[in-house]
Design a protein around this ligand. Structure first.
Ligand code: NAD
Length: 368
């Protein structure tokens, strides 16, 4: 596509997006304001924002980075220049609530340490903005419930950034199971972990709420739920700390848990901050099995399946990062524009919080 055609296509998409904006958002616009994309206010300029979500917004035909929230003015100004964000649309954590007066902001994307998700989600909802919040939703069940209540009271959408629920290879795995191609599902195995560095906020329970379970084990937990389409009826767990190198004063090093689903499916999962544990899942059914590895990475996902009477499936996903973030950002924008409920809504995030609380309880630990 040449430059002129691309600009034309973008302006058509932007006009279409504007025509679908809620009445209140349109009312806030100047009558003669040019067509614009759905505007995200990025809260927290860390690795996930700068390295993945914001580049995805830059690629989008539907949404864009409209505003920034950071405690570091220099970093915010540099980032604003890269994304054509006006300086007046830079906020800090103190004047954050002023986003209420900025009609260029339709939604906030919250990419802060876990324990800050609830406060900024509630403040954003009170400012009548939609909220796309990173996983894990919060660091307590109560905070997650407060986030849902605030969004409902403001009549605004709340989505938790479970990018794998929008990712085509994961969706294909779900479809194979729903279509009965694996027969009766018996068991799932999943794992996800990495070797965490000392000094990270992820090792501080006040900021993280927990250890690898909250951060990366949540992918296995969520996958077992979307692969089965069921909610765990019971679960048991163990946590351990093996390395006595001061990293794990606060949070678990490794966590292992088993879930039983109402159909009888058993799932066993592992997560750790003490080893590089590739993110994967295997689903075993009476007629075959699927193996996805990597299953939760930003790119390079690969689905293989062996099904009785069928040729083997080997499906590497060639799409490049940040494609998952683009799907997620566009889907949430679409939900807000059209008044649709996001698939990964607040209740979905809350359920994982409740299961993680049970997992920690089973280990003699606590969430948050
Ligand atoms: P990060 O440490 O790179 O960024 C955190 C940001 O929060 C920084 O800009 C930092 O300045 C800011 N911040 C504000 N107050 C802070 C405080 N008191 N302590 C530390 N930082 C503070 O973290 P990240 O890896 O970008 O993770 C942010 C969130 O995104 C987490 O909730 C994490 O679970 C989630 N995440 C999601 C994915 C995904 O694939 N969906 C991947 C990585 C992280």
């Amino acid at each position: 596509m040449n430059f002129t055609r691309r600009r034309f296509a973008q302006s058509l998409a932007a006009s279409a997006a504007l025509s679908r904006l809620p009445a209140r958002a349109l009312a806030q616009e100047q009558p003669s304001a040019p067509a614009r994309k759905f505007g995200y206010c990025i809260v927290g300029l860390g690795r996930i924002s700068l390295g993945h979500f914001m580049p995805a917004c830059r690629m989008s035909q539907t949404c864009q980075v409209a505003a920034l929230v950071s405690g570091h003015r220099d970093k915010a100004e540099k980032t604003a220049a890269e994304y054509n964000v006006p300086l007046k649309n830079i906020y800090n954590y103190q004047n954050f609530d002023e986003i209420a007066d900025n009609p260029a902001i339709d939604a906030v994307y919250i990419a802060l340490p876990n324990s800050m998700h609830a406060e900024y989600s509630v403040r954003a909802a009170n400012a009548l903005k939609h909220v796309l919040c990173e996983k894990p939703m919060a660091t307590s069940v109560k905070d997650a419930q407060n986030m849902i209540a605030a969004s409902k009271a403001a009549n605004r959408k709340l989505m938790i950034a479970y990018r794998c629920q929008y990712e085509p290879t994961n969706l294909h795995a779900i479809q194979l199971i729903r279509d009965g191609r694996l027969g009766v599902i018996q068991a799932i195995e999943s794992a996800n972990g990495f070797n965490e560095h000392a000094g990270e906020w992820r090792l501080d329970k006040k900021l993280a709420g927990g250890g690898p379970l909250m951060d990366v084990g949540i992918y296995s937990l969520n996958a077992c739920r979307y692969l089965t389409g069921e909610e765990p009826a019971s679960l048991e767990a163990y946590c351990s700390v093996i390395d006595k190198d001061t990293r794990f004063r606060d949070v678990e090093e490794t966590c292992s848990w088993t879930m039983k689903f109402p159909s009888g499916i058993l799932a066993s999962c592992n997560t750790t901050y003490g080893a590089n544990m590739p993110g994967f899942f295997r689903v075993h059914g009476s007629k075959g099995m699927i193996h996805m590895e990597p299953a939760f990475a930003y790119e390079g996902l690969r689905l293989t399946a062996k099904i009785q009477g069928e040729p083997p499936i080997d499906e590497p996903n060639q799409q490049k990062d940040p494609y998952q973030f683009l799907l997620e950002a566009d889907d949430f924008a679409d939900c807000c524009i059209h008044g649709k409920e996001p698939k990964a809504n607040g209740e979905e995030g809350l359920r994982d919080m409740q299961y993680m609380a049970q997992i920690y309880k089973s280990c003699g630990r606590s969430l948050g």
